[in-house]
Design a protein around this ligand. Structure first.
Ligand code: ACO
Length: 355
């Protein structure tokens, strides 16, 4: 059987998340993400995905301490980052530095903790260096998300940290998406977790996957005012362009993460001006897509409102995909562990159509 893009093919069994594309629901190990994001922190959710139970107070404190002690950049990683050309994009920097990490390569909790802890430091260090700002050493007092914002900006606003944390929790895990699949394929050859995460990062950066949010910002900037929405969207679709932040392989209704993030934005005390433009663009674009693609069911995906969250936090669009990776690293590692524990090498067939 030939299925381009493996559409509709089930390739793994997993206990990590369940997606219902018709209902628009996402569940991590049996618990809906709406409940998780309301009740648990980044650290608790990551632990739950990795280990399958929520940590008690003592276990959580140990997990948090392990994350903190793994935040510091090894000297050689710092040197590699400093050597990379200034214009190199953040996802390329992340791919190169992660691939340089020297760890015993097993897919296990210790390596997962190291990777989860170090990615924010790589992003913040590189961002500040290339912007000509001084480096901010990781704090040993702040929690994971607060520390990330602190290393990026030099200060921590609790409300902003909560908003970013909601985004990072809702995007930690999402079944066999392209980057997670890449990680599992790599592990399935009995390769190591650093190689698996390097494959995942290389896959994540594409504009059809994790590279979409900066495309969403470009779209909204191009639209500028509500009266231009219809004209710009029609023009793009006439040119056979895809509208970034719309459509999903699995969700044939609203992406629950997009809904969750939208709700978080609407809870803000002061709504930034562009939120109104984003809401109207969503409404009109869904209707225009129905005209152009009557057989498809195209709604906003997580990337649309991820872009909105990042814009509210005034985060440079050049960092968006890397920040998505700082969340999805949990899913990559836990899938790598699941694959390693019950492995069959991935080796689909290819239908020969040559001469
Ligand atoms: N804009 C315009 N048309 C679209 C869009 C879109 N955003 N998405 C799908 N379509 C159309 C395609 O042109 C195609 O039309 P056709 O049958 O007339 O040729 C049809 O819908 C099916 O497209 P596929 O790419 O086969 O559908 P698939 O389900 O595999 O695509 C994908 C999913 C890649 C996400 C797609 O919807 C897309 O390109 N969206 C824009 C990029 C984006 O937002 N990516 C982020 C996804 S979320 C994530 O990865 C975290």
């Amino acid at each position: 059987m030939f299925q381009p893009g493996l559409k509709g093919v089930t390739a793994i069994e997993t206990v990590l998340s369940q997606i219902d594309g018709e209902k628009g629901s996402l569940v991590y190990r049996g618990i809906p993400i709406e409940k998780i994001v309301k009740q648990y922190s980044f650290e608790e959710t990551a632990f739950y995905l990795l280990k399958g139970t929520f940590p008690d107070r003592y276990t959580l404190a140990t997990f948090q301490d392990n994350l903190k002690t793994n935040r510091k950049l090894p000297a050689y990683v710092r040197q590699i980052i400093d050597l990379l050309p200034k214009e190199q994009a953040m996802m390329d920097v992340l791919r190169t530095t992660i691939s340089s990490l020297t760890r015993n390569g097993t897919a296990n909790l210790d390596n997962a903790i190291h990777l989860i802890a170090i990615i924010p430091t790589i992003i913040a260090y590189r961002y500040r260096k290339s912007a000509g700002m001084s480096e901010i050493e990781p704090s040993m007092d702040l929690d994971h998300v607060e520390n990330f914002l602190y290393m990026l900006t030099g200060s921590v606003d609790k409300n902003q940290a909560k908003l970013l944390e909601s985004y990072l929790i809702m995007t930690m895990e999402h079944g066999l998406n392209a980057s997670t699949f890449a990680a599992r394929v790599t592990i399935s050859t009995q390769s190591d977790i650093i190689s698996a995460v390097t494959s995942a990062i290389g896959t994540m950066k594409g504009p059809l996957h994790g590279g979409a949010p900066s495309g969403v910002i470009n779209l909204l900037e191009e639209i500028k005012t509500k009266d231009r929405i219809s004209e710009i969207i029609h023009k793009k679709l006439d040119n056979k362009e895809r509208i970034m932040g719309f459509g999903h392989r699995v969700y044939k209704t609203t992406d629950p993460r997009a809904e969750g993030l939208k709700a978080k934005i609407l809870e803000l005390d002061e709504l930034p001006d562009w939120v109104d433009l984003a809401l109207e663009t969503e409404k009109e674009t869904i209707n225009i897509l129905k005209e152009y693609k009557p057989d498809q069911r195209l709604y906003t995906n997580v990337e649309y409102y991820a872009a909105a969250i990042m814009k509210s936090l005034d985060i440079d669009p050049a960092l968006f995909t890397a920040i998505f990776s700082a969340s999805r690293i949990v899913g990559w590692c836990t899938h790598a562990m699941e694959q390693a524990s019950n492995n069959t090498i991935f080796r689909p067939g290819a239908k020969y159509i040559g001469k």
